[in-house]
Design a protein around this ligand. Sequence first.
Ligand code: PMP
Length: 352
Amino acid sequence: MSKFLNDKYLSLERYVPGEQPQDKKYIKLNTNESPFPPSPKVIEGLNKEEKEKLCLYCDPECKGLKKALADLYGVKAENVFLSNGSDDILNFAFMVWGKDGAIFPDITYGFYTVFCDLHGVKYTQYPLKDDFSINADDYIGKKEFAVIANPNAPTGMTMEMSDIEKIVASNPDRVVLIDEAYVDFGGESALPLTEKYDNILVCQTFSKSRSLAGARLGFAIGNKALIEDLDLIKYSTNPYNVNRLTQKAGEYAVEENEYYVNNCKKIVENREYTQRELERLGFRVLDSKANFIFVKSDKISGGDLYTALKDRGVLVRHFTRERIKDYNRVTIGSREQMEKFIGCVTDILKGE
Ligand code: PMP
């Protein structure tokens, strides 16, 4: 760091993204991307003509894409916010709604604490229950901004919609953000609650189910006033935060929604296959509704399995935090990738 750095950032602990090797050496099961390419129109539509328009700024309001999403989810365009990945939305959200502090589980998406530290938001982390489920009662009637990933990461486990509604209804004076980055793989969305309550924001992403992690596109749906709060920060930082090609890619992706729905079905089948095979090998596999599973074996430590897999060209995600260090998070890829993964795990357990 330079001597010029503002003191308030000196102790900031940055978020550490999963490894992103730029060669094709690995079967990449570490950052929950889709194994499927974007849909045909996304690939063909981002053509020479579109690229030539890059000399012009993009539409800061993202009108076309907002309308497409509003139509898809049966809301008004004024209820939709678009941003440079859902991380961007989370960042804004902690900034605008964190004045009374924030609450979220002890085991959840690691970026939440980073955003809190960045914006000076005090936070409390409620421990997950022993079975790794979220205790809804911890979030009832509290005054702090509540953030719940549903499905949660890295467990993949979901919360009952009735519990989410209880949390939202229990204090109309604070915002509850439901981070649904992984909802398309079998979870239930809280979107209907956004019509009933003005204090819930549902945040989703094109990075997982819609195969656009590299394009950086996230969206949130909620009451118009909440969207205006987010817009305030967007227009005070970077009004053009969703670039021209990404907006177009998003529009085409929404047009071809069926393609992605089918891909999600395949991921669910591959998840069930992988879970069955791992359980046959003696693993504990948490009940996941996401495009990843959280798994542990009594025969090998989480760290050793991670390393042994990496040596064989398979990348998974291992977290060193005490409570989850025995586990690995494994992204669900194509059937072929998962068969190779299972083959490697089998060899590793045999000591081969
Ligand atoms: N929420 C959760 C729970 C995540 O795991 C991720 C992906 N790392 C994100 C949000 C952010 O995704 P993106 O910025 O790619 O939309």
